[in-house]
Ligand binder design. Sequence first.
Ligand SMILES: *Cc1c(COP(=O)(O)O)cnc(C)c1O
Length: 231
Amino acid sequence: EDAAHDPGAGLDGRTLGAGGDLGCFSFFSNKNLATGEGGMLVTGRDDLAEKLRLLRSHGMTSLTWDRHQGHAYSYDVTELGYNYRIDELHSALGLAQLAKLPAGNARRRAITRRYWQALDGLGLGLPFRHDEREAESACHLFPMLLPEGVDRQAFIERMRAAGVQTSIHYPPVHTFSYYRHRYPRVSLPVTEAVAARQVTLPLYPGMDDQAVDLVISSVKHVLKSEKTSWN
Ligand SMILES: *Cc1c(COP(=O)(O)O)cnc(C)c1O
């Protein structure tokens, strides 16, 4: 389960990342829990845990630390492994970030609700706005769909002129050069039509209400003032 966006989130009473044999989290710098680079795998299966511990450290049966402690004077290599060990400094950062995660996620949820309430009824697509499931989202991003016919590039530029950075999550994978060359005949018209309307608004725990309201009023202003030129 790819739970890169979702540390601390839950759905229908279960913790995200714990739904399959393996869950993975990203601690890249723009994620809810950041160590700069790095990530975490979780599993409830002892056999997988054992194999992963081997793979992350060159397939070696003992760690340098153990040998140093006198627990093992030699070792074997039983897998073709990697160096995927997180280091002490980044782990320390991660522990400090972990303590801040619940408050950060709560703030993200509050901002999301504020956006939802203020942006309802403008013809914007607001994913999960009316989702009935028992969900505690990590609210990693605030993606939305512009009304059909709105020029996204013009919207983004006018938002920028108002001092608001927006982004796109995500360009469809099949439109990237590598995939276009590898799978030249792939056409996904529905994906392309939806993706062309997608814009993401700023969302981060340190964002105060004033900043959120500036984004909201800018969206309203840009949509309203440009409506005539788009139609
Ligand atoms: C960020 C992200 C990844 C990649 O994580 P890395 O730590 O950069 O490898 C994978 N899946 C999703 C959904 C992500 O958001």
